[in-house]
Each structure stands twice: as C-alpha cells, then as structure tokens.
Design a protein around this ligand. Structure first.
Ligand SMILES: C[S@@+](CC[C@H](N)C(=O)[O-])C[C@H]1O[C@@H](n2cnc3c(N)ncnc32)[C@H](O)[C@@H]1O
Length: 272
C-alpha cells in the first residue's frame, strides 16, 4: 500500500487493502475490479482536489518537503523531541489554501494557532495577513522553534509569526488574562483540550467579537465515525456544542475534519 498517509488517517485504506487481498485470494474477479475502482476513485478525488486548488508558495513547499525528509524517529530516540512526530501532521496544501483564503475573507489581523509543528499552517495563514498582522503560534516542543525559523526565513511573511513555547493550556489562559484578542483561533494541538480551549476562546474573550474558531482533526482520526471505536473525544466535542445554543458550527470534511465555530449572533447578525 503506497498512498499519502493524510488520506488514510482513519485507516479506511487498510480495510480496502484487506478486502482486495481476500477477493484476490478467493478469485472473486468482479468484486476485485469494484474494490480497485473504489480505491482509485478515492485516490484520484484527493489528487484532483489538490490539483484544483492553488499551489503552495515556494516556502510552504519547502517546509512540507523538509518535514517529510526530517528524521523524526531518530530525534525521538535521542530524546531531542518528546512527541512521535509524523510529517503528515502538517495540514497539507488544500487545508493550507483554505485557511489562507479564510484569513483574507475575514480580514483577520491577529490569529492564534495552537499546535505549530514545523510552521506550515502558520505560514499559510500569515501569507494572507496584512503587513502589520500577526499570528501567535504555540507549541510545547523546544526543538521546533529554531527549526521553524530556519525553514521559513526565506518568506517575507515569516516576520508576522510569533512563536510561544510552552503548554498550550497555560499559555492560552495567560493570553486571555492579559486581555489579548484574536480574530481567528486555529486549534490543532492536543485533542483532549479542545473543549477547554473553546471555553477560553469564547468565554474568556480571547476570540474577538465577529471572530472565527477552527478545530482541526475534528473527526479525531476518524474515531467519530468508526463503528468499533470507543474513543469519545469527537462526540464529546459535539455534545458540548449541542449545549451551546449561542454558538454556530459547521463541519467541513477536509482531511480529518475541520470544524468551524462562530458566535450565533455573528452568523445571524442579531443580538441574542
Ligand atoms: C498536528 S501538529 C500541528 C500541525 C500544524 N498546525 C500544521 O498544520 O502545520 C500538533 C502540534 O501540537 C503540539 N502540542 C502537543 N501537545 C501540546 C501542548 N500540550 N501544548 C502545546 N503544544 C502541544 C505538538 O508538539 C505538535 O507540534
């Protein structure tokens, strides 16, 4: 099996792979043809989606390439990073272009990102910020800061990126307590903190009036729709939002799910 890990984030291709092997070994040729058709349609759809979207900037391409070439496994063994990083953790070209487009539609000036990794999504968004705009990006891994700076320094937009190292929960509280405000918040760090982070954004005023919050991996690696999964992280997020009649949301089936959440009063443009 040789496919982009980002389109197999929920393991669907593993099931297809198994079905293909079974059909092959039992000599079910028509079934085999159909299974290969499903496989190739899924791959072609993902490829066409990427092809139909604008291409990344040279620096974003470089970040993606170098993230895939980096030896994360050795760094983990050497204790230089504490997290088993994988290149496919970066959001990729289609989501990157989507976020960039949203920043421009929004007219956002300040963005908060939780979960920087190699700075791919941060730079994608920074490219659409005005010259005096800023994206504050949080990560707990010290190794990443100089690495990200070395990757993005060729971009004129890198000056809009401020990196904060530390635990995302502590830093988000700190920012909210200091009265900092953001027009967009992009949550892409630890999934178990998503609910608490949404509360800080909406209830502690970190997200400006009229602002938009995005929750990445909102399908939580497909566990939200895998029948056999006992992981309730994604379902708990939706149950939390069900109780929040003041919030409006829409789930976009981009990669592993991108949930867009806004205050209902901003969406319907009325006072609640
Ligand atoms: C999915 S990656 C972010 C990918 C990035 N947004 C992109 O699309 O290019 C998640 C990041 O969250 C960071 N992270 C995990 N737990 C954290 C915590 N408690 N506080 C801050 N960062 C954390 C990891 O170090 C990792 O770099």
């Amino acid at each position: 099996m040789n496919i982009d890990a980002r389109i197999n984030i929920d393991g669907m291709f593993n099931h297809l792979d198994k079905a293909i092997r079974l059909a092959e070994s039992d000599g079910h040729n028509e079934l085999l043809d159909s299974l290969w058709s499903v496989w190739s349609m899924l791959v072609a759809k993902a490829e066409f989606t990427k092809r139909a979207s604008s291409q990344d900037s040279e620096t974003c391409k470089k970040i993606e390439t170098e993230t895939y070439q980096h030896d994360w496994a050795t760094l983990l063994q050497q204790g230089k990073v504490k997290f088993p990083f994988k290149a496919e953790m970066l959001c990729g070209p289609v989501e990157g272009q989507f976020l960039k487009s949203i920043v421009s539609i929004h007219g956002a000036k300040r963005i908060l990102e939780v979960g920087m990794f190699t700075g791919y999504s941060a730079l994608s968004m920074a490219e659409a910020l005005p010259d005096d705009g800023e994206i504050v990006t949080i990560d707990s891994c010290d190794y990443l800061k100089p690495f990200v700076r070395s990757l993005n320094q060729s971009s004129p937009h890198s000056k809009k990126i401020s990196i904060k190292l530390g635990d995302c929960m502590a830093l988000m509280h700190e920012l909210a307590d200091a009265g900092e405000k953001f027009d967009m918040v992009f949550l892409d760090g630890p999934k178990e903190h998503y609910i608490a982070q949404m509360k800080i954004a909406f209830d502690k005023g970190l997200l400006n009036a009229g602002g938009t919050l995005f929750v990445d991996n909102a399908y939580v690696f497909g566990t939200s729709y895998q029948v056999s999964s006992t992981d309730t992280t994604a379902k708990d997020i939706i149950k939390f939002l069900d109780k929040r009649s003041d919030l409006h949301r829409v789930m976009l089936p981009l990669n592993d799910g991108l949930l867009m959440v806004r205050r209902l009063s901003d969406v319907e443009r009325r006072r609640l």
